[in-house]
Ligand binder design. Structure first.
Ligand code: PGA
Length: 250
């Protein structure tokens, strides 16, 4: 079964209400590429308004708490995201793992909470620069996959995003061969962990400085089923060429 291409925008801590016009333009433009699944993950504050502004669109969160409710000041639970209109959530982004000290066990608990709330999940992994330079990237990332993967899941609702930390927001990207090698290794490890059918069905996204110029090449790499896009997802002008590149590859 062919895996549908999946292009997801991560707005990070960007976006006021005025940015809903860009979201509308993005989802309207994405409708021209029906073979591609497109999602946007704005800040918590915009989820409800974006879901209302683009009915039927896949809007998601960028993080959730592992608990369903409770005394966790400042946090947002997965059922709250679903209630606000989100269909998915990113967990384990390196800006959370590094900036907020999230461990693999934390990420696994968040992914399980999100699935339990009926959300789809994009689970991020990726190595820092020194690990890449020392030749340990694949082992590092496979350990993150094994440590962060939910205990049980529907493969249609869990995607893995490989995002080398040194490529995020830097304009640097790995070679296509390195991306293909990593994605192939992740899929093989998923096969060992969850069985070959699940591994075959799961979508593996590449993230880190994806833009309209490099998307076609990166999305065509072996075992790459889509992209997780930060900076270039903030405007329709920059994001839709990435969606179009995915559509070309079917
Ligand atoms: P970038 O971010 O596209 O701005 O490099 C990607 C990400 O952090 O998901």
């Amino acid at each position: 079964m062919a895996r549908r291409k999946y292009v997801v925008g991560n707005w990070k801590m960007n976006g006021l209400k005025a940015a809903l016009d860009e979201a509308r333009a993005i989802f309207a433009g994405a409708a021209d590429h029906a073979a591609v699944d497109v999602a946007l993950c704005p800040p918590f504050t915009l989820i409800s308004a974006m879901a209302d502004a683009a009915p039927g669109a896949a809007v998601g969160g960028q993080d959730c708490h592992a608990a369903a409710a409770g005394a966790y000041t400042g946090s947002v639970a997965a059922p709250m995201l679903a209630d606000a209109g989100a269909r998915l959530v990113i967990v384990g982004h390196s800006e959370r793992r590094e900036g907020f000290g999230e461990s693999d066990a934390d990420v696994k608990a968040k992914a399980e909470a999100a699935l339990a709330a009926g959300l789809s999940v994009i689970l991020c992994v990726g190595e820092p620069r020194n690990v890449r330079e020392s030749g340990g990237a694949i082992a590092y990332v496979l350990a993150q996959v094994a440590g962060s993967l939910p205990a049980a899941f529907d493969p249609a609702r869990l995607a893995i995003a490989y995002e080398p930390i040194w490529a995020i927001g830097t304009g640097l990207v790995p070679t296509v061969a390195d991306v293909a090698a990593m994605h192939g290794a992740i899929r093989a490890r998923l096969g060992e962990l969850s069985g070959p059918a699940a591994a075959e069905a799961m979508r593996l996204l590449y993230g880190g400085s994806v833009n309209g110029d490099n998307a076609a090449e990166l999305l065509d790499a072996g075992d790459v089923d889509g992209a997780l896009v930060g900076g270039a997802s903030l405007t329709a002008a920059k994001f839709l060429p990435i969606v179009a590149a995915a559509a070309q590859l079917g």
